[in-house]
Write a protein that binds this ligand. Sequence first.
Ligand SMILES: [Ca+2]
Ligand SMILES: [Ca+2]
Ligand SMILES: [Ca+2]
Length: 139
Amino acid sequence: MRRKQGACALAMVCFVGVATLGLAQPSKEARYEHADRNDDGRVDKKEMRIEKDWERQQEHAQTQLSKVNTKVEQKYDSNADGRLDAQEARQLMQDKYALIITDGKAKVDTSLEEKYDLDKDGIISQQEAEAIKQDWRFK
Ligand SMILES: [Ca+2]
Ligand SMILES: [Ca+2]
Ligand SMILES: [Ca+2]
């Protein structure tokens, strides 16, 4: 009986955790891998702190970016609700990233990409795209 309760509580904690993070979040393994900045196979306190900060930033970014402002964003708003949810935004960034890999650069045409244009020339270079790859965990 005790054991069952324990498992139940654990399931609750997991559920709440998943609900808080949102469904579009990558798997635990992916998070762990992302958090392990120096790739030594473990996440130390400092790395954990960086990861937490990063996740907070992402959440903030995702609430900011959700409104559809440009034609390109409109194109990716699959359910036409005037907002880009995490999945729609991801699709947009994935296509953009692929384009940058193919062409070596791409024009900034959504507010999503603006923060990656570090030198503010309106173009995302391959170098700037590295941050996109990291942030969105593209391969
Ligand atoms: Ca580490
Ligand atoms: Ca939408
Ligand atoms: Ca640039």
